[in-house]
Write a new protein. Structure first.
Length: 262
C-alpha cells in the first residue's frame, strides 16, 4: 500500500484503522485527503482479511472540521473537492460503497464535510467533547456531500432542519439523545470504546455482517413488502458460505465459532 501524506492507514486482527492526520488544520479535507481516504477505504473493501474499519481524526480537537476553505480559495474552488470517485472525503458519494461496517470515532469537531463523512459511518462513538454541525450556510455554501439528505433521514426532520437552516452546533449529548450517535464516552476512552464496538462486531460472521448491512441499507429504498422479497447479494453469499455451516456446527458443539470470512 502506498504511503499517504495526510492520513494514516493500518490493519491488524481483521480491523482497519483510518485516521485523518492534519491536526494542525483541524483535520480539514483538501482534494488530496479525499483521494487518500478513497484509496484507503477501497483497499479496505477489497481486502478479504479486513472486516471492520474505524475512522477517526488525529489530535484532540477535531474529527474533521470539513472542507479546507483555504485550499479551496487558493486552488480551483469547490469543484476540485468533488473529483475523487468517492466524492468529498472519498466515501460520501454512492459511487463508493462498502458493505463492511465502518465505525466513526469522533473526538471533537465534526463540522460541515466532517459531519457528512461521519454520517456515512454505520456506528458513531463520540467523546463528550464532540460537536456536530453543518455551518456551510454561514459561509454562503450548501452542505453538498450528503448532509442535507442524510441528516433528516437519521434524526427527526424538524430537529435536522433546525440545524441545517441555522448552522448551529449539536453537542455529543444532544446527538446521542436524537440517535445520531450510539455512545458518548469520556474523551480519553474514545478509541477503546470504538474498539469495543469493533470487537463485538468481529464476534459475528463477517459475511453475515455484510449481508445484514446490505439488506438493512438497501432495503430502506423499497417498500417493506418489496424489501422482504428482494434478493441481496451478500445475504445469498452468506447462505452459501463455509461460515454458515461453521456457525451451526459451533452452536451444536457449544463452542465459539471460528470465522474464516468465506
Amino acid at each position: 500500500m502506498a504511503d499517504f501524506q495526510f492520513i494514516r492507514y493500518e490493519k491488524r486482527d481483521h480491523l482497519a484503522y483510518v485516521t485523518i492526520n492534519r491536526p494542525e488544520a483541524l483535520n480539514s479535507i483538501n482534494p488530496t485527503v479525499s483521494r487518500e481516504l478513497y484509496e484507503a477505504f477501497s483497499d479496505f473493501d477489497r481486502d478479504s482479511e479486513a472486516w471492520v474499519a474505524i475512522l477517526t481524526g488525529a489530535g484532540d480537537r477535531a474529527f474533521s472540521a470539513g472542507m479546507d476553505l483555504k485550499a479551496a480559495a487558493e486552488g480551483n474552488g469547490l469543484q476540485e473537492h468533488a473529483r475523487p470517485l468517492g466524492g468529498f472525503g472519498g466515501i460520501t458519494n454512492p459511487r463508493f460503497q462498502t458493505w463492511k461496517p465502518i465505525i466513526g470515532a469522533v473526538g471533537g469537531y465534526a463540522l460541515g464535510g466532517g459531519l457528512e463523512i461521519a454520517l456515512v459511518c454505520d456506528i458513531i462513538v463520540a467523546s463528550e467533547r464532540a460537536q456536530f454541525g453543518l455551518p456551510e450556510p454561514k459561509r454562503g455554501l450548501v452542505p453538498g456531500a450528503g448532509g442535507v439528505h442524510r441528516l433528516p433521514r437519521m434524526i427527526p426532520q424538524k430537529i435536522a432542519m433546525g440545524h441545517i437552516l441555522t448552522g448551529k452546533f449539536m453537542s455529543a449529548q444532544e446527538a446521542h439523545r436524537w440517535g445520531l450517535v450510539n455512545e458518548v464516552v469520556p474523551h480519553e476512552e474514545l478509541m477503546a470504546a470504538a474498539e469495543r464496538w469493533a470487537a463485538e462486531i468481529l464476534e459475528c460472521a463477517p459475511l453475515a455482517i455484510r449481508g445484514s448491512k446490505q439488506a438493512a441499507m438497501q432495503g430502506m429504498e423499497f417498500p417493506l413488502s418489496a424489501a422482504l422479497n428482494n434478493n441481496f447479494y451478500w445475504v445469498e453469499q452468506t447462505s452459501a458460505s463455509e461460515d454458515f455451516g461453521e456457525g451451526l456446527k459451533a452452536f451444536n458443539e457449544k463452542r465459539k465459532p471460528q470465522w474464516r470470512g468465506r
